[in-house]
Design a protein around this ligand. Structure first.
Ligand SMILES: [Zn+2]
Length: 268
């Protein structure tokens, strides 16, 4: 993997014939108490009142000569104003939102789909022709107002589907209805764009049994996280995650019973 660009909000690299961008939509600060121990209580009583900062990343992948595909699109104006800044990252990367015809979603939480609509209410990506979304996430897609205009573009996908050439859907159950990752095999590396299997990398790689209060099914989310981390450490698969910090791409290393995360572009 070769790093091509690294600005404040845009990180670009090349692997085989693929270009991969990690684009920041911003961040959100949330109570550390949302991290919970396997018994369901707060994970650390001494940290009550403490906050953790979650990155909000989107990933754009493009095969040489092919169309770009964006995976998740941030929060738009739906949540804290520390998010909804994907346009800034596009500009830093020299990318145009108008170039996108296909978006992929990992799940239908607001920080992943509401970037379809700008803070001013307009359409962020004016030339969309399809929105690929896990079938089980469709029912939750426009639970919040403002997205019904996009329903006609929704295209359901299932575990194992080849969603675009070279990219396969991988069910990663537990966090949200239909939660799905996308595995990109570049010929040089395998990169799993893994959605929300980890929310607080500084805590959950070292203690992967910690769950996140916003996981719909805590036990299943934990099982999925443990399985993905074990597999990534064993196979050298790269992880690219919305909430894995910046740039949110790296490789997993086993450390005793837990894991470390070697972030792309940083010397260990
Ligand atoms: Zn999320």
């Amino acid at each position: 993997m070769r790093i091509d660009a690294h600005t404040q909000n845009a990180f670009g690299c090349t692997s085989g014939a693929w270009t991969i961008w990690s684009l920041s939509d911003g961040h959100v600060d949330l109570p550390a108490s949302l991290l919970q121990d396997p018994e369901g209580g707060p994970q650390d009583a001494t940290s009550s009142g403490a906050m953790v900062r979650l990155s909000v990343n989107c990933f754009l992948i493009q095969h040489e000569g092919g169309d770009p595909t964006l995976i998740d699109c941030g929060a738009g104006g739906s949540w804290h104003d520390t998010m909804g800044h994907l346009g800034r990252a596009f500009a830093e990367a020299g990318l145009s939102p108008a170039s996108l015809r296909t978006l992929l979603f990992t799940h239908a939480h607001s920080d992943h789909i509401h970037g379809l609509v700008s803070r001013a209410g307009g359409e962020t990506f004016p030339n969309l022709t399809r929105l690929l979304i896990p079938e089980a996430a469709i029912a939750t897609f426009d639970a919040e107002a403002g997205l019904s205009r996009f329903r006609r573009l929704l295209t359901p996908i299932r575990d194992g589907d080849a969603v675009v050439p070279g990219v396969h859907a991988v069910a990663l159950p537990g966090h949200a209805a239909g939660h799905t990752g996308y595995r990109l095999d570049t010929g040089e590396e395998t990169i799993l764009i893994c959605g929300d299997i980890v929310h607080v990398p500084a805590r959950q790689f070292a203690r992967p049994s910690l769950t996140w209060a916003y996981d719909d099914d805590q036990a299943t989310a934990r099982t999925t996280r443990l399985r993905v981390l074990a597999d990534a450490a064993a196979t050298g698969t790269w992880l690219a995650g919305a909430h894995l910090g910046r740039p949110g791409m790296g490789q997993v290393r086993r450390v005793g019973d837990a894991y470390g995360f070697d972030v792309a572009g940083q010397v260990r």
